[in-house]
Design a protein around this ligand. Sequence first.
Ligand code: XMP
Length: 513
Amino acid sequence: MSQMNHQLISILDFGSQYTQLIARRLRELGVKTAIVRGDFPAEKIQENHAIGIVLSGGPSSVFEEGALQVDPEIFALDIPVLGICYGMQLMARYLGGRVAPSDSREYGLAELEIVADRSVVAGTPKHQSVWMSHGDHVGQTPDGFEVLARTEGTPIAAMFDPKRRFVGLQFHPEVKHTPNGEAMLECFLDMTGATRDWNPEAIRTELVEGLRNSVPEGRVICGVSGGVDSSVTAVLLREAIGDRLVPIFVDTGLLRKGERHAVETSFDHFGMHLDVVDASERFFSALEGESDPERKRKIIGHEFVEVFQSEAKRFSDASYLAQGTLYPDVIESSGVRGTAAVIKTHHNVGGLPARLGLKLVEPLRELFKDEVRRVGEALGLPHDFVWRHPFPGPGLGVRILGEITREQVSILQEADHIVLDEIRQAGLYEAIAQALCVLLPVRSVGVMGDARTYEQVLAVRAVTTTDFMTADWFRFPPEVLDRIARRVVNEVRGINRVVYDITSKPPGTIEWE
Ligand code: XMP
């Protein structure tokens, strides 16, 4: 149940890879969005008081049997509708226009020519680039629509019905490759009369009020990892319910160098006492002799739950468990694409609330990560803390290939510390979405001084990404890589070679295990 009373745009998802991007763009422009399945009933959209609707693109053709259809009643709700790509074709089809099938796809940049300087394209250049990705296109507009723009291959690339405030765009205004896309989305928002009430301060206030109402009594246990999601969750709860919050930090022994101290100090600064549990011994002994990535993950997840469970039991009046679940996780498990295939067993406290008889509190479940960061800043968390790179729950456990021992952890900690230090000193930390080091269980020959060495290899990985679903490797200036390699080999005993991972995701994943 949402506690928020913001104006809302409903995004009907027909399976486009860009649906989340549409949601984020509109939110960046100050309006709350909710992604729902493409066939979401018009009645419910009305119940949610949506002020506008966006129909996303999709991988299907409207002619395909079983292609997800829209509830035609949405066109009778008397609110503006923006159809993008497949969404435009659905609009044309349901309103009496004609969609022309096509055997070939138009994909990539196209030149758009404005034929009527009106509506969402008003004031934009006569000739401009747009991002296309479609097969079919609208061959004839429905009654009441006028053509706004065309491309060489698509005679009706944008259309508009001024009376009903419906807009159809065959290209994607939400991607950066469409330079005037943002202005077009702005214009659509103007049509809806949006007051732009979605901003970090407002979100923060409403989340805190919402938590006060939804957690009227009892203690809330919150697992804090030092990452931004769980920290913002904890700070929001602290503001809402004060000492009824119990933030617990589990030291698995698989943390970065100095991480435990850094998190404790940060929480001190936030005026919160962190319940720190040193559980490293049990993690190392449970992991002894294990080299298989999935089994290591399972062991770490299992131990974590055990530790957490016994800690939570210390509080007899514990009633809730707080988690930093984000909107993309919620969409993934309820969207049209269904649950994504399990590539890796992600470690979280799933299943734990039921076992403990606790109710789940997830204050961030309507937010994207960049919004969580901005809310964090609105809560007064320091910039550096809020913009930290993510760090996975299993920690260095997924970055030591082969068996995990205390010695391997300490080698990796030292190397990782140097790499991050060099990245920071080069001023590149915020240009990179995530940087990490992986200790490889292979040895290679080297020479140091006059002696032969035979030591381990360190792989450095740094990626750029906005959603962590896809990622590109970061183009370091060569001199930074050079300094990293020199320092690691000189300063870390046990490593005599450094390599840089230049695999994008897909096909690689960000972590190595
Ligand atoms: P992959 O390796 O799947 O990682 O490309 C995508 C993002 O998820 C993080 N990650 C995890 N985070 N628990 C977490 O909390 C996990 O088990 C886990 N595994 C991967 C990874 O660091 C990257 O940011």
